[in-house]
Design a protein around this ligand. Structure first.
Ligand SMILES: *Cc1c(COP(=O)(O)O)cnc(C)c1O
Length: 233
């Protein structure tokens, strides 16, 4: 649990890291948006972070997220869904989140589209790509990315906004710089191939947000450095 003062200090520190990375890479700090990843942390911690000035939060688990969104509905916060999404849960998240980062298969996209079509809404989404080639990690393979992006772009219940990357964990924050750069190129390639603006590139977490921002991230997803360590498991 966090009080507002510690939330303010942590938020300030993360914002300064983003600003310094922008300065180093000649980017406008307003081109990078911080998603505060509140998974596993209680609604009270989110409320403290909101009081500290953060309005955009990210959640990863459907069952945990929905009650939290309901509990905090009075605060008018913005929410992104960033976690792995099972097809049978798609109907619960459609329309509840401003952006879904983790669309990694045509089947999942179709389930989301069906629900959005039923609700008469358009859901902004990102396609999650797996450039690290880890077999059990979420994200579609590089070869599947163009077909997935084309399919999503063709579903009128979905609005394709860009690419999300969750690289393999590596202690060394420089380890994934090449993958960050590749994701940035991929977003430009997809945008050109589809003739669609794809403004968002979601990548970078607590330990490597600098590298991600320097390589072009527009959304950085930071949990630990804002809320503290999560319980393992
Ligand atoms: C948990 C999570 C994060 C935040 O990671 P930290 O290392 O705690 O900053 C970012 N992205 C995704 C997809 C996550 O699940």
């Amino acid at each position: 649990m966090q009080d507002v003062t510690s939330a303010k200090n942590r938020l300030q520190a993360v914002r300064e890291r983003i600003e310094r990375a922008c300065a180093r890479s000649g980017r406008d700090p307003s081109s990078v948006t911080l998603v505060a990843v509140s998974k596993t942390h209680p609604a009270e911690a989110v409320a403290a972070m909101a009081q500290a000035g953060q309005t955009l939060f990210g959640e990863s688990y459907v069952q945990e997220a929905l009650p939290k969104l309901d509990a905090l509905a009075g605060l008018k916060l913005r929410w992104h869904f960033i976690g792995r999404l099972q097809k049978n849960k798609a109907k619960y998240v459609a329309g509840r989140f401003e952006l879904i980062h983790s669309v990694d298969s045509i089947e999942l996209a179709h389930m989301l589209h069906k629900k959005c079509d039923f609700l008469g809404i358009v859901q902004p989404v990102l396609v999650q790509v797996n450039l690290g080639c880890e077999s059990q990690k979420a994200g579609c393979s590089l070869d599947d990315t163009l077909p997935l992006a084309e399919a999503v772009a063709g579903m009128d219940g979905l609005a394709l906004k860009g690419v999300m990357l969750l690289p393999p964990w590596d202690e060394n924050p420089e380890a994934n710089r090449g993958l960050f750069a590749r994701a940035c190129e991929l977003r430009a390639e997809l945008s050109a191939r589809l003739g669609l603006p794809m403004p968002e590139l979601s990548m970078g977490m607590s330990h490597d947000l600098e590298q991600a921002v320097e390589e072009g991230a527009t959304l950085v997803r930071v949990g630990t450095d804002l809320f503290g360590a999560r319980e393992p498991g």
